[in-house]
Ligand binder design. Structure first.
Ligand SMILES: [Zn+2]
Length: 661
């Protein structure tokens, strides 16, 4: 058994002062929590700013305290061991536990910065000749220097940032502190670092919890009397199961409400790293967001059931693309207005108007950014839910994905995929990992290099696929379709790649390695193997059975032409005259305007949050798409094995007819 941690967003609407029984209404509660979070932010920001230099970051990175002992994992303890004290302003009373929380927050910000620092150092030491296009040798050198699990998108963004710095200063940055200001600290209080002197949490029934926390009664408390214990009842969302263990939350104020970010842990079975026989492979599609296939291992061979699984989010990607363009436009406009504002004084008559316009653009920019963020997140969870549902329907115990770290933007692929940022892919991987863990399905990444280059049927690393625009245009150079001149395979490019991914995974599973801290599973060596598409023999249709029984031809030739025909074929009887009178040209088209209300959509109209498996209504399965929560997204419906006819294949591999193997 292992534990899966998730965070439930909860809201505290009211509170009660424990000593007096006084009920604290929402506005006052929001003010008191805001006082606490502002105190914490101020202290943490001061601590971060004071330690934003090379030597102090080195001290934190080396992991040894002043006393020569290793630094503890807990951030606030590490900060104290390093002797980095923080004190409130003169006259303000803050208990030691609040200081702990601020130190924890500062330590988390600084430790995150350490990761960025390693990344920047690796890029700077292996700075390429031509920054936008690294050669293979330069990529290899960079990979050696980089920390584990850094995606190509991160490398690209950091490279861009360093290039801008290089352009402005004429030299590469010596440290992260040259490149960036101290990280911004959010207005929140990380209560996880405190103990019973500041916070307690207990469950109240299956759907609720009771949070006790000491809050300040004034903006700048001067003594212990200005603090009081508050009792905050919290109702838990349905995603928190009754057996979930609650952990100490983080408090912050969001849109005039007290937001309680409540982590909880649920027990899950550990998915084994090896010993998988049925798996699903997913490719980051060029034509679609995700393309996958289910496959199984039989007698050392990989067999696939020949059913492509696609999650096509072209509409959403286009929308995201438009929104990104809008965001860039607003950012440029804002920068321009700010430049203009710095050029004039506040006494200028144009100042007021320009300042108001600048504020307006700023708000709009922020809203577009939030829209992109929300859409990215919703899309990621919807796609991840779909992928995990497909794996469960196929009885798969493992999901194979391309390793984002080895997926390099090169050539055309980079441009074609620019519509969907690497960040969304990272979110999808994280969401798939989370959802798969709930169902004890392992998620393993395999090397991405060459998955769509070689033929999945006869390739084995030698036969190279030809890419063309469509199945009827083999001679042209294209992108979406794959054609193998050696064996004649002709299939969607991403589907072929998904088959190669699943075969690399299933055949190379003995080489699966598990990351020590994150638990992420990776196969770093590519084991190539062909994939046979196998179909179960279908029972012959009635006409075929009859033909066999009666020893007649199933497809008899048409009788010889009737030579006696000496007149033209009579016309078919026309359609009955319609009421409009003009029956000859009566149109069969549906009316342009709808005369009755549109049918009510099935489902409750909500986007699936991704937490629960999506039940598919019986009767809607045929000719229907998976409910993704987006209007313009099409995804292969999730069908259990029995429904698409390959159910017994896994049990009886002898009945398979591999095609083209
Ligand atoms: Zn081939």
């Amino acid at each position: 058994m292992s534990k899966l941690t998730a965070t439930a967003p909860c809201t505290a609407h009211t509170a009660m002062v424990e000593k007096t029984g006084e009920v604290v209404a929402q506005p006052l509660l929001v003010r008191r929590v805001a006082w606490l979070t502002c105190l914490a932010r101020e202290l943490a920001a001061r601590l971060v700013a004071a330690r934003w230099n090379g030597p102090d970051l080195d001290a934190l990175a080396c992991g040894v305290g002043l006393d020569g002992r290793a630094l503890p994992a807990k951030g606030w303890m590490a900060v104290r061991r390093l002797g980095w004290a923080v004190a409130p302003a003169v006259g303000v009373y803050v208990c030691d536990r609040v200081l702990r929380c601020t130190q924890e927050q500062a330590a988390r910000a600084l430790r995150l910065a350490l990761h960025r620092r390693r990344l920047v150092a690796a890029i700077v030491t292996t700075w390429p000749q031509d920054p936008p296009e690294r050669t293979s040798a330069e990529w290899d050198a960079l990979r050696m220097a980089l920390p584990d699990g850094v995606s190509a998108a991160e490398v690209r963004n950091r490279t861009r940032q360093i290039r801008v710095y290089h352009g402005e200063h004429g030299a590469l940055p010596a440290d992260l502190t040259d490149l960036e200001e101290p990280p911004k600290v959010a207005a929140q209080i990380v209560l996880a670092a405190a103990d019973r002197q500041l916070v307690t949490l207990e469950r109240a029934g299956s759907r609720g919890a009771r949070l006790r926390v000491r809050l300040p009664l004034v903006a700048s408390p001067t003594s212990a009397k200005d603090w009081a214990w508050h009792l905050l009842p919290i109702s838990l969302p349905p995603t928190v199961p009754p057996q979930g263990t609650l952990c100490t939350p983080t408090l912050r104020v969001v849109k005039g409400r007290v937001r309680v970010d409540l982590p909880f842990q649920i027990p899950v079975d550990v998915a084994p790293a090896t010993g998988h026989t049925i798996g699903c492979g997913f490719d980051w599609g060029v034509n679609t967001l995700l393309t996958g296939t289910a496959a199984w291992l039989a007698y050392g061979r990989v067999l696939s059931d020949g059913r492509p699984l696609t999650y096509d989010a072209t509409g959403i990607s286009a929308k995201l693309h438009r929104l990104r363009a809008e965001r860039e436009h607003l950012a440029t406009k804002r920068q321009h207005q700010q430049r203009l504002l710095t050029g004039i004084t506040s006494a200028d008559p144009r100042y007021e108007k320009l300042a108001a316009a600048c504020r307006r653009v700023g708000v709009e920019h922020e809203r577009v950014r939030a829209r992109i963020r929300n859409l990215n997140r919703a899309l990621a969870w919807s796609a991840a839910r779909w992928a995990v549902d497909q794996a469960r329907a196929a009885n798969a115990t493992v999901i194979y994905l391309e390793d984002l770290a080895t997926l390099q933007a090169r050539g055309r692929r980079g441009r074609a995929n620019a519509r969907l940022s690497g960040q969304v892919r990272g979110q999808i991987v994280a969401a798939i990992r989370h959802l798969a863990a709930k169902h004890s399905i392992a998620v393993v990444t395999v090397p991405a290099r060459g998955t769509s280059k070689h033929c999945p049927r006869c390739g084995n690393g030698s036969s190279v696929l030809r890419h063309c625009p469509a199945p009827d245009r083999f001679t042209e150079k294209g992108w979406a379709w794959a054609y193998c001149p050696a064996c004649g395979l002709s299939c969607d490019r991403d589907w072929g790649a998904a088959e190669r991914i699943v075969s690399r995974g299933l055949l190379g599973q003995h080489a699966t390695s598990t990351h020590r801290t994150t638990g992420a599973r990776t196969i770093s060596t590519a084991v190539e193997g062909n994939v046979a598409r196998a179909r179960r023999p279908r029972r012959p249709a009635r006409a075929a059975r009859r033909a066999r029984r009666t020893q007649t031809d199933l497809h008899p030739r048409p009788a010889a032409r009737d030579r006696s025909k000496n007149r033209p074929t009579p016309k078919r009887p026309g359609r009955p005259p319609s009421n409009s009178g003009n029956n000859a040209t009566a149109s069969r088209r549906v009316p342009d305007r709808r005369t009755v209300p549109a049918p009510t959509p099935t489902g409750n109209g909500q986007r699936p949050a991704g937490h629960a498996p999506q039940p598919y209504p019986a009767g809607h399965v045929r000719n229907s798409h998976h409910r993704t929560g987006f209007h313009h997204t099409k995804a292969t419906p999730v069908l259990a094995l029995a429904e698409h006819g390959s159910g017994s294949c896994y049990a009886r591999p002898s009945c398979l007819i591999p095609s083209g193997s």
